[in-house]
Write a protein that binds this ligand. Structure first.
Ligand code: AQP
Length: 329
């Protein structure tokens, strides 16, 4: 066992897709044997955009069951729901008072999600601070995420360093982001210049881990490609085909160069058909495990135990920080 503390989370804004799985969850599972891992369902992040309460409850449990279905083991990792540990919100306020509106305005996710509208929720703007609080609350060393989160991780590090400089070097552990070599950014199937996303309007832009074969086939066979007709990895000029090769490689553990040889002279339809089989076969065991656990009492017991254990780790960290700031009696 390494002495590294690992923390990460996924928003329950919909079902986990191949991007979340290949960019983040595969790392979560790989890290749990050697490290002290805490994985969260970040429900408070999801309300930065309006959510239907009933749907949100269901999505929280769906994501929790998917965590377990992809291989997170509650004996090795703490799995819990963010809003069950109040320290996230408390630390978030302390960090809000130690971050700058200028640095938050530069966050590209805020710019793209708010689209410059004055009616954009304030939570969308301060979301990266809550994310920093999630991470810093657990004295985290490593944060496994997709590379769309790089800017937020850098902000978290900046805030931690700033606070340490002012209130004592050991106030916060300064974390490092960890990104996959392959799969760090899976692109949307309908528009491979944008990342695959849970909340994109077009269902065919993504493959969720719970999709059936019919939907998987439809989304892949319709995936946007190009007219060049050669199968090679070239993200700049052939983003669609490169994205399909990345997904294929990441799911099968095959280097992309090997896939280029395998599909040399083949048509795009051949690559797509083969990918439908790969995706369907990769997701079948995950879906089986999901169905076993999703409506079980075991799932709720795991989450209750997880929030208790997470709370026990968070409490002394929050006390330490409050003490440094002179808060309380
Ligand atoms: N397309 C992606 N490729 C690789 N990694 C990705 N991640 C997200 N999209 C991709 C990683 O998945 C983890 C969980 O993401 P999240 O739920 O916290 O939020 P997100 O990054 O905003 O993901 P979505 O799917 O696009 O959600 P919505 O549409 O609700 O905003 C993170 O580690 C993320 O990097």
């Amino acid at each position: 066992m390494s002495d590294k503390r690992v923390f990460s989370g996924v928003q329950p804004t919909g079902n986990i897709h191949l991007g979340n799985y290949l960019g983040a969850l595969k790392q979560f599972v790989a890290l749990q044997d050697e490290n002290d891992c805490i994985y969260c369902i970040v429900d408070m992040h999801s309300i930065t955009v309006p959510q239907d309460p009933e749907e949100l409850k269901n999505h929280i449990l769906d994501v929790a069951a998917l965590y377990l279905a992809v291989g997170l083991d509650p004996e090795k990792s703490i799995v819990f729901v963010q809003s069950e540990v109040s320290g996230h919100a408390e630390l978030s306020w302390i960090l809000t008072c130690n971050s700058y509106t200028g640095e938050l305005s530069r966050m590209t996710q805020f710019k793209s999600k708010s689209r410059g509208q004055e009616s954009a929720p304030t939570g969308l703007f301060t979301y990266p601070i809550l994310m920093a609080a999630d991470i810093l609350l657990y004295d985290t060393d490593i944060v496994p995420v997709g590379n769309d989160q790089k800017q937020h991780i850098e902000l978290c590090r900046d805030i931690a360093l700033r606070v340490n400089h002012k209130y004592g070097e050991d106030t916060f552990v300064v974390p490092e982001g960890q990104y996959m070599k392959e799969g760090a950014r899976i692109m949307a199937l309908d528009d491979p210049t944008n990342k695959m996303s849970k909340s994109a309007e077009n269902e065919m832009s993504r493959i969720s881990l719970l999709d059936d074969e019919k939907k998987i086939k439809k989304a892949i066979m319709r995936a946007t490609t190009d007219s060049d007709m050669t199968i090679r990895f070239d993200p700049e000029n052939k983003p669609g085909i490169s994205n399909l090769l990345t997904i294929y490689g990441a799911l099968t553990g095959t280097p992309v160069a090997e896939l280029e040889t395998k599909f040399d002279g083949a048509g795009y339809g051949d690559l797509k058909k083969s990918l439908v089989t790969v995706v369907t076969e990769s997701l079948a065991p995950i879906q089986d495990r999901f169905n076993q656990i999703r409506y079980s009492d075991e799932l709720l017991d795991i989450l209750r135990d997880g929030s208790k254990r997470a709370g026990e780790i968070a409490e002394p960290v929050l006390e330490r920080v409050k003490d440094r700031f002179g808060l309380g009696i």
